[in-house]
Design a protein around this ligand. Sequence first.
Ligand code: C5P
Length: 438
Amino acid sequence: MQALQDKKILLGISGGIASYKSAILARRLIDAGAEVRVVMTTGAQAFITPLTFQALTGNPVHTELLDTAAEAAMGHIELARWADIIVIAPASANLIARLSHGFADDLLTTLVLASDAPLLLAPAMNRLMWSNAATQENTRTLIARGVTLLGPDEGAQACGETGAGRMLEPEDIRDLVVQFANNEMLSQVAIPVEADNHVPGTPSDTPANQQPTGVKTALRNSLAGLHIVITAGPTVEPIDPVRFITNRSSGKMGFALADAAHRKQAKVTLIAGPVTLETPTGVTRIDVDTAKAMHTAALKAVEGADVFISVAAVADYRVENVAEEKIKKNDDNMTLTLVRNPDILASISALPDRPFCVGFAAETQHVEKYARGKLKKKNLDIIAANQVGQSDNPVFGSDTNSLDVYWPADGHRRIASATKKQVAAELLDIIAERLANR
Ligand code: C5P
């Protein structure tokens, strides 16, 4: 099977001299098995004609938003739904700025807004335009929203200068799209930039000092390259060799977060209690049973980690004396003495070199009050709360969820009811934003 067999790729082309390489990219994507449709901005058409891409892809090229004939053939919403992946190469400074501000003033930006397909950007511009604080901030905003950056490369530029901002070669972009489509990590595309942090109004030869610059800065503020440790599922606390105490946690939310974090290019360690879920691609899984075992595994895994997300429904108590043999039912009553388990999250947030800590709180009432109480008591950066125990919102075992996310001092965002996969992606966006603001 070809690497991009049956993948529908919308190739967006914005205005820049690198757009001549996009013709080769279209060809390489098709060679890898993809179906490619091309959307060009007005600027792109000044450099290369739509006819070139029509001939290469065998599909009409889309250029206009407000064109009745084009809308009748394949409307922009239809096109947005059609795409499995949107790749924009080259992505100019102007396009990156428009995307980061949510503009929908031409066909390409409108399609990006109207599509939930993953967006991959291959920036291409002059080195000073790339290292300019405005472009860097716009890029960081997009990355924090889950956009994947391919490059840019550094080297000789069409304008005669040398530095970071060159578009990656078509074959490199094709390889990264293949990796992305196969859920593989793309964080190696980060390229450190030894560039000026050129702020408008300052001389362009401002030395590269005070602030870190370039792609690395942008990536550091996203999840790319971060190590995220997640606990998920229930714990089981033995009573004797055949009996145990546990809870209703299915592990689905934690596994959805692990999957979404991997898709956002983080390195993910998932510490899972006993659940019947498949390990998400690219995620390192450690299986545990008891709260004590989860505690030991979590303390080890968070060494040097950037984020800890405690989704597991950890049993608060364990049986003090676990019977070595099966307990016989001799008496009408029996008493088990339970002792407190360690609070894994609280002990990790108390570490001197602690990661960014995210907790979950399932409450049956007074959700905000109790959740904020835990946020403070456990010294957390974020707490994600939901109301449980309602017949119309079972949460445990369900494929959907909704969350109220709180952070100090009065931060709050509601994630409306959606699949746990979608909720996980939104929660990670909030985590990336809070990390960037820290
Ligand atoms: O105190 P409560 O159990 O409601 O707190 C919930 C949060 O604390 C969750 O993030 C859960 O994973 C974590 N927790 C823990 N260890 C425990 C109890 C809860 O890590 N023993």
